[in-house]
Design a protein around this ligand. Structure first.
Ligand code: AMP
Length: 113
């Protein structure tokens, strides 16, 4: 099991602006927001990346997506939002604990950079 700064946030060893928590997941505001709403949704269990997930993680992955929806509703993102999972070096992943970026309250460009 590899530890990242997100494990410290889960254990409340470093501060974070937590907006949602349940037994399986935690959601907190990104320290370097790329949109007016930028929240990270993470599993409490360490999964390094979506590429490291296995069939046994299927229910947890579904829970994370439904948590995105719950937090988006909580944040008033009725006009839409974007969900991003950066994966590996080419995907721009910098923290190796699976996280879903929830971005909202601005219009998103496509393709992404
Ligand atoms: P990624 O580049 O997809 O791995 O995303 C990692 C994200 O974690 C970046 O958007 C960072 O701004 C964010 N981040 C890093 N450290 C913290 C922290 N202590 N609290 C909140 N967000 C963080």
């Amino acid at each position: 099991m590899s530890e990242t700064i997100f494990s410290k946030i889960i254990r409340r060893e470093i501060p974070a602006d937590i907006v949602y928590e349940d037994d399986l997941a935690l959601a907190f505001r990104d320290v370097h927001p790329q949109a007016p709403v930028h929240i990270l949704i993470i599993p409490k269990q360490v999964i390094v990346s979506i590429d490291a997930a296995t069939d046994t993680d299927a229910a947890l992955l579904g829970h994370l997506l439904l948590t995105v929806k719950r937090v988006a509703t909580q944040e008033g993102l009725e006009n839409g939002y974007r969900v991003v999972i950066n994966t590996g070096e080419d995907g721009g992943q910098t923290v190796f604990h699976l996280h879903l970026h929830l971005l909202g309250k601005r219009s998103m460009a496509w393709p992404p950079g």
